[in-house]
Ligand binder design. Structure first.
Ligand code: 3PG
Length: 306
């Protein structure tokens, strides 16, 4: 079978080698499309492939239609808002992600961003320590739990809100379950977002929530830009010059935010949460293995469109 690795933002070389190794040992061929700049290149590359590994690359209905032999697509990573699942289902294509494989890298970045903002973006001036401060984790999944673990190691208090995780589990892990999201925003110096971009969350981080944060509060977004209500973020940062917003997923209006709120806002130039050799290797190799297992045994363990 022919497996395409289509990565506008390429994997580290070690991950690519590992993917090739796994695929070739199972008798498959790997072709690479890296750093492509035009959708047409992707449409051409998928024309004769049986499987596909992507990162945040968009697998749209158009891509699926251009790939008549495609049987499986694996998003090497957690968030799968870049996959058109109904389009895959309609063509009988199995879609998977690799949950948990890049979580540690994202969690480390979330903590790094908290420190960066607490130390005035590494510019001169008096900063603040994380020790003794309270962080609220919005969605206690793979990344959220690792942020909680690392925050506790730094001496932070941790609260979490996740309607899908039993409170007892949080308590057993030393995390205080928030009764409501509003309560968490009111009580936490930092809020770390780990929610997916789905209809229920898109635009949900709004003025009402963020303005509840205590003085000097900092909102940390290593999730998706779509969850932020951007016009309301502008309003809250303007009304509350003490609040900060740090993000790994630049806003649609990032240039405006940077210009209006240089001391309050920071965005990484390109999403870098999963940009570690370890995360690339973990997610890339898992994706390759899932494809090989699917072709060998029909295993659909991580299928998203069941
Ligand atoms: C994910 O959902 O796994 C992360 O956002 C990483 O995305 P990336 O592979 O594009 O870096």
């Amino acid at each position: 079978m022919k497996i395409l690795v289509a990565t506008e933002k390429p994997f580290a070389a070690a991950a690519v080698n590992g993917i090739k190794d796994i695929a070739q040992k199972a008798g498959h061929e790997v072709v690479l499309l890296e750093k492509y700049t035009d959708k047409a290149q992707l449409l051409e590359a998928v024309a004769d492939v049986d499987a596909m590994i992507v990162r945040s690359d968009k697998v749209t209905a158009e891509v699926v239609a251009a790939a008549p032999q495609l049987k499986i697509v694996v998003r090497a990573g957690a968030g799968f808002d870049n996959l058109d699942l109904p389009a895959c289902t309609e063509k009988g294509i199995v879609a998977m992600n690799t949950p948990g494989q890049n979580s540690n890298a994202v969690a480390e970045l979330a903590l790094a961003m908290m420190i960066f903002m607490s130390r005035n973006q590494f510019t001169p001036g008096t900063g603040m320590e994380l020790k003794g401060k309270k962080v609220g984790i919005q969605a206690y999944g793979n990344v959220g739990r690792l942020v909680a673990e690392k925050a506790k190691a730094l001496g932070m208090e941790v609260m979490a809100f996740d309607p899908f995780v039993p409170a007892e589990k949080m308590v057993a892990e030393g995390v205080t379950p928030a009764e409501t999201l509003e309560q968490m925003y009111e009580q936490c110096n930092f809020i770390s977002l780990h929610i997916p971009a789905i209809p229920a969350t898109i635009g949900s981080i709004n003025y009402d929530l963020v303005s509840r944060m205590p003085k000097g509060g900092c909102l940390v977004n290593t999730a998706r830009k779509e969850v932020i209500n951007e016009p309301e973020l502008v309003k809250v940062l303007s009304d509350r010059p003490d609040l900060k917003y740090v993000t790994d997923v630049a806003a649609a209006i990032q240039a405006e935010l940077n210009e209006k709120f240089p001391k309050q806002v920071f965005a990484t130039p390109k999403k870098m949460g999963a940009e570690t050799a370890e995360a690339n290797i973990n997610a890339g190799l898992a994706a390759a293995q899932q494809i090989c297992d699917y072709f060998a045994t029909g295993c659909t363990k991580f299928q998203l469109n069941k």
